[in-house]
Structures are given as C-alpha cells and as structure tokens.
Write a protein that binds this ligand. Structure first.
Ligand code: NAD
Length: 491
C-alpha cells in the first residue's frame, strides 16, 4: 500500500568529519564520498573517508585514552557509562532522524535502534564494577592461582550499514565496559548516527580518543584490520567480507570475532495462532527494514494442513503495509539501501522466476510513480520454494521471502537445518512441549518462539555455523572483549 508522500528529507546538520581523539578531522587520506539518501536517490551529504593515515592517528589517540580509562576507579567508569546511556536517551530524536538519513530506515522504527543501544550501554555500565575474576586450588597447595580478565587495549569494531546503533549497543558498549578503547568503523553508507554517537561520547566526558569513529569503505576497514596496534577486531557483516578480514588479520595473528548473515527458518505449525503467525512472519520477513536484517526470517516453512490458510493471512498483512517516505511516521516500509542493492535483489528475483525456484505469488518489481527515484522494491513472496535452490540458500538482504511446506515436525527440523547459516530460527506453535523439543534441535544461535527477534542486553546473540563466532549480550558479550590472564604466586 503506497502512502501519501513528501520526499524531501528534513534539512539537518549532518556530521561528516571523522572523529579522532575527540577532534573532527577533515582532509583525510581516504578521500570523500557522496552519501546517497536511498528514498530519493539524491546525495544528502559528502562525508570524509578514513584511510591508513587516519587509522594510524586513531590508534595512537585510542592507546592514550585507554590508559586513562583503565586507570580510573571502576565506579568512575561505571558512572561515565551511565551518563553515556542518559545522553543517548536524551538525544533519541536526533539520533533517530540521523538513522533515517543513513539508510532510510522508517522513522517509525529507527528510535528502536537508538533505545536498543541505550539499553545495552546501561546494562554493561552495570558490569563495570561487578565483573570479577576467580581463584582456584592448585597442586602446590599454598600457591595462589588467580584467573583474571583484562581488556585487549584498542579494539576495532567494523559495522554493517543496516544498524550502526545496534552495533554501538551490542559491541561498543561491552568493549568499553571491559576497559578497551574503540575504533568504530561504520560503513560509508551509514555514517551519520555513529558520528553523532562519537560526539556524545566526548560531550559526556569520556577520555577523548576512547571512542573514535572512522567511516570508510573496504579500504579503510582493511587498514584497520592490518594495523599492528589493534588488539582485536570485532566484525559484523557478510561472510565474504569476513573471509577477507580473517585473511588480512592473519599476519599479525589479530583475533577476529564475527557476527554474520542468516537465512533464518520460521516454522509455522498447524497448532499456531495463524493471525499472529502471519503478522510475525511479515514483520520478521519482507517488511521489517525491507528484509535488510540479519534476523530476517526469509524461509517461512508452514505445515501442509495450514499452508493456504496461513498464506492468505500473510499476504493480507503484506498488502496493508504502508510503503513510502521514511520520514512519514505512518510508513512501515522504506527503500532498500542503494542502486547496487536494488539491482542485485531484482536479479535474484528474475533468476528465481526464470529457473522456476518457486511460484512468484506477489511483488517482484521495482516501484515506480512517485517512488521511482528511490530504491523501492515491492515486498516479494515466492511459494512452494525448493529449499535447496539459491532463493532459499543465499542471503537476499531485501524484501524477498520463500514459503514452503512441511509434513511433520521431523521434516520441519531437517529443512530448517539444511543451510550453511545458523543465526536465528523462529517457531510458531501453541504446544509448549513441541516448542522446547524443536528449539533444542535447531542449529541456530537464537530460537524465538511465538515472537520476533528482540535482541536483549541479557541474552547472548550470535550465530552457529557460517553465521559467525561472536556473542553480543550477557556476560558472554563482555568476555568477547576480554583476554584471560592466569597469575600464580608461589608460596
Ligand atoms: P559487508 O560485509 O559488505 O560490510 C560490513 C562492513 O565491513 C562495512 O563497514 C564495510 O565497509 C566493511 N568492509 C568491507 N570490506 C572490508 C574489508 N576488506 N576489510 C575490512 N572491512 C571491510 O556487509 P553489509 O552489506 O554492510 O551488511 C550486511 C551484512 O551484515 C549481511 O550479511 C547481514 O546479515 C550482516 N549483519 C549481521 C548481523 C549480526 O548481528 N549477525 C547484524 C547486522 C548485519
């Protein structure tokens, strides 16, 4: 459903300079980039891109700031992180608008990204003065054997364009709580919110250089990965990029944690509440962020007996979702991120039709009319999809989902697990016993029963198989940014 739209984004003083050591840096060695606003296809700002020189400068600034940070009493660090959470919350309106300028996520949902970051910062602030080591008995019975956790020093955090504030929460917050300094490298496609976040860090009184923000493309990211001053790389993005990063990190043996993509199964059993399941599948599928989410439930598997009844409800939800101007608060579905993404997604759809990977039930085209200059693609649903076809095995990262049938629980589990990914899985059922039984069998880092993917600070989030190795949230997320030291004192 196309809503009435006014397409000029509001005028905004968008940050465009790099943030290094608390200073705004221009004239950078990585050059500049004309950022395109995806809803209009027009440039909304020209930003600086980091290169080798700026990475070097940021590492020096970060090292100095980290020494200051770790020498503060834990109560002081804790309070500064609480101040940071308060300041992010106070700036939610501006950060949410900047997030729309970044990648045209609808303003209706962008505050959720900011508040997720705020929640994680507040949660990890609470760990600063509570995280502890341990001691154990050893064979020399009077010896003191201590096990402690220490920061890596300077960590490089590389973010995808589809959720820079999510990465601030999931990764920057625990990195700081663990005592590290951070060089955050957002994608050049989503620079504004992370740059504003960097400014807030300076405003609340974190040591200048504790959080440096260096938007760039692959070149700037590669410069960060190969820098010998980096203690650990935390990467969120695609599997192909992860392979390059792990290779580039090898000469220095820099540890790399990865949080990667998915091709998540959403299992709808015959006893599910079908109205709720349809809403959930639509929002966790092609509608939420136009399917551009690592948690997208892009393989919807429905028990034979309720396939038609589910599909009817599912298509109704999709048809009723307002598409249009991301700054219109009634709009639920915005564009995809770029012209290149548009072409890639449309090519996947065309190939799926040509090679008969499933039946195209709705969508499949770029939207025209008043939306034609933006990167809008219709929510697209294929039915009776072959689970082994590229449509079902390759991450689409757009508003395209596959619906398939299963006969029984065993087949549902086998189909869900028949993938190289393992990030999220969804189970819709009214049967609690089945919910537990199925959840235990799914090869997935997270399983969400009768609800959407709602990453919480308390719950470790991450992948199985080729969806990555890192964990964000909980004590596991804090440990991701700490290295373990054993101190033994002979008596
Ligand atoms: P991407 O892999 O293209 O880029 C991710 C980041 O890596 C960007 O900042 C990019 O500039 C940088 N980069 C690219 N090449 C690099 C190189 N050679 N060296 C260093 N850095 C490099 O991914 P994307 O298109 O930005 O994001 C989409 C992907 O991210 C999807 O696969 C999605 O599923 C995944 N993702 C995963 C999670 C999660 O928590 N598991 C969350 C969000 C997105």
């Amino acid at each position: 459903m196309i809503s009435n739209t006014v397409f000029a984004p509001p005028a905004e003083d968008l940050p465009t300079a790099l943030l290094i050591g608390g200073d705004r840096v221009t004239g950078s060695s990585g050059g500049t980039y004309d950022h395109i606003y995806p809803a209009t296809g027009e440039s909304n700002a020209t930003i600086e891109l980091a290169g080798d020189r700026e990475v070097d400068r940021a590492v020096i600034a970060a090292k100095e700031a980290q020494r200051e940070w770790i020498s503060m009493p834990p109560e002081r660090r804790r309070d500064l992180m609480f101040d940071l959470a308060d300041a992010v919350k106070a700036d939610v309106d501006r950060l949410s608008r900047f997030n729309v300028h970044d990648f045209a996520v609808p303003v209706r949902t962008s505050p959720g990204h900011v508040m997720l970051a705020e929640g994680f910062i507040r949660y990890y602030a609470g760990w600063v003065d509570k995280a502890s080591g341990s001691s154990t008995p050893v064979s020399s019975k009077f010896d003191v054997n201590l096990i402690e956790r220490e920061p890596f020093g300077v960590v490089g955090i590389i973010a995808p364009w589809n959720g820079p504030m999510v990465v601030v929460g999931l990764n920057v917050a625990p990195a700081l709580a663990a005592g590290n300094a951070v060089i955050l490298k957002p994608s050049e496609l989503s620079p504004f919110t992370p740059l504003r976040f960097g400014e807030i860090c300076v405003e609340v009184g974190l040591p200048p250089g504790l959080v440096n923000v260096l938007p760039s493309g692959p070149e700037g990211g590669a410069a960060l990965v190969r820098h010998p001053g980096i203690g650990k790389i935390h990467f969120t993005g695609g599997g192909d990029t992860a392979r390059k990063i792990i290779t580039a990190a090898a000469p220095n043996l820099t540890p790399v944690a990865t949080e990667l993509g998915g091709k998540s199964a959403n299992l709808v059993f015959e006893d599910a509440d079908l109205d709720q399941a349809a809403i959930l599948a639509a929002w966790q599928g092609p509608l939420g962020q136009s399917g551009q989410s690592c948690a997208c439930g892009s393989r919807i598997m429905v028990q034979d007996k309720v396939y038609d009844a589910f599909l009817e409800r599912f298509l109704k939800v999709i048809d009723s979702a307002p598409i249009g101007d991301p700054f219109d608060p009634s709009v639920m579905l915005g564009p995809v991120v770029s012209q290149a993404s548009t072409e890639r997604i449309l090519a996947i759809i065309d190939r799926a039709v040509d090679e008969n990977m499933g039946e195209l039930i709705t969508g499949g085209r770029r939207l025209g009319g008043e939306l034609s200059s933006g990167f809008y693609i219709e929510p697209t649903v294929f039915g009776d999809v072959d689970n082994r076809s590229p449509l079902a095995t390759v991450e689409t990262f757009g508003p395209v989902v596959s619906v398939m049938r299963f006969a029984d629980e065993a087949e549902a589990v086998a189909m869900a697990n028949d993938t190289t990914f393992g990030l999220n899985a969804f189970v819709q059922t009214a049967n609690l016993t089945r919910a537990h039984r199925v959840a235990r069998q799914l090869e997935s880092g997270s399983v969400w029963v009768n609800r959407n993917s709602d990453i919480s600070p308390q719950g470790p989030y991450g992948g199985y198989k080729q969806s990555g190795t890192g964990r964000a949230g909980g004590l596991e997320g804090l440990h991701e940014f700490q290295q373990v030291k054993n101190i033994r004192i002979g008596m």
